[in-house]
Design a protein around this ligand. Sequence first.
Ligand code: 13P
Length: 258
Amino acid sequence: MNRALRKTVIAGNWKMNKTPSEAVELINAIKAELAGKKTDGCEIVACVPYVDLVPVIEAAKGSPIKVGAENVHFAASGAYTGEISAAMLCEIGTEYVIVGHSERRQYFGETDNTVSARLTAALAAGLKVILCVGETLEQRELGVTAETVSAQTKIALSGITAEQLKNVIIAYEPVWAIGTGKTATADQADEVCGIIRGVIASLYGESSADGITVQYGGSMNAKNAAELLGKPNVDGGLIGGASLKAPDFAAIIAAANA
Ligand code: 13P
């Protein structure tokens, strides 16, 4: 394992928060927090609601902040009322997209197969994908965490080549740690991120496994970020609540640049 071969990525997932004007305010506040600080030790991404993308992309220009969407449809176009395609996201300058977030699996009928279809469509259009996997509390208590994240990862990546994999980040987000204030311990996060890396090694070989960024997400905050990011298999964070507060998000970025 060689950590120097991969990027640390600190990504915010704003979820269904911030109107367009509030979103611009938040990006400007994050930019102000980052001004004059070291940021080149990680990639910084803000994943925002669809209607915030255009103003946030504009506001983020000239800063180290890259912008992502929180979901994408799997079809290129067609009769899918209310949906947004990967080409639409690309045309406005979106660089990243989250797929398979547990909230989409839980509330919107997302399955491993639809996650795979979204990931395939996003990569084909040229987006970078943050693929979310993670076990529920029940699955952890039943002792099937490894099986769960392995199956989610394998199914999502079916048909994806090693070359395409270079545009995939995997976020390990234990469902029981999301928005609950219950963070996985740094050792738990490291263990499961390592299991996911092992799945990548089995599918694509060691050099792909060394190169892929595996983030942790779930109640990561300004206080616990340094310990989580200090683990060898944790290559960044996908941050919900704390990404909505500029000083907290900046503190996590500082931890990744220490
Ligand atoms: P919280 O950081 O609010 O727990 O959310 C994590 C998450 O779901 C990021 O995608």
